[in-house]
Design a protein. Structure first.
Length: 206
């Protein structure tokens, strides 16, 4: 937008428009909204973002976001730590937690295998998942990855490596449509997909 009379405002719009789903017009509305807010409100927002970026950690066990070495889920004695739900990213953890239907632990891969994009198993948190299976008393791994070609490729890679050492490997049911991302699935559907999970062998045979 070259017709903005203030270079400072233009710079703010440029930075805001880099956020996912935020175009130039939305960025301009947000910038003007912030301009109209009290200085303390804007400083509080800016400081919270800086604090988040500088101080947030990733759980050393499951790779979820955390304020300490272990996230609240891994630290909770109320969770069923013998069950691990494998997800693509942190957004998926939040989506599943919002269903209030799952009480196990998680493992965040940080992506999925995508050869066309140059992303292989070594680029993801897969080896640490295998290590957890060896070190912890895990009874079930739930595959909760996107129902896409890349998601299925990742599912199969993990299954192939764990099938001989782990008795129960399941996947979320087909309540989640093919091609859907978990974070955009409604809570009821996602919750039922977790509860009605099926053996991975059955999923492969469909």
């Amino acid at each position: 937008m070259n017709n903005i009379s203030s270079k400072l405002l233009g710079s703010a719009v440029s930075e805001l428009s880099k956020l996912p789903g935020v175009g130039k017009k939305t960025a301009l509305r947000l910038a003007i909204h912030l301009l109209r807010r009290d200085e303390e409100d804007v400083e509080r927002l800016g400081n919270s973002l800086i604090q988040m970026r500088n101080n947030i950690k990733f759980c050393k066990r499951c790779h979820n976001i955390s304020d300490s070495e272990l996230c609240d889920i891994c630290n909770s004695p109320k969770r069923e730590h013998a069950t691990i739900c494998v997800v693509e990213n942190i957004n998926d953890v939040i989506a599943i937690e919002n269903t209030a239907q799952y009480q196990g632990a998680y493992h965040v891969l940080g992506g999925i295998i995508a050869p066309m994009e140059g992303i292989g198993p070594a680029d993801l948190n897969i080896e640490s998942l295998f290590q957890r299976i060896q070190d912890e008393e895990i009874t079930e791994v739930i595959m909760a990855l996107p129902t896409t070609v890349e998601g299925d490729t990742t599912n199969f890679y993990i299954y192939r490596n764990l099938s001989k050492s782990l008795g129960k490997i399941t996947t979320i049911s087909r309540g989640v449509s093919i091609g859907d991302e978990l974070e955009y699935t409604d809570e009821i559907t996602l919750g039922r997909s977790i509860l009605n999970r099926l053996p991975y062998e059955d999923y492969m045979s469909k």
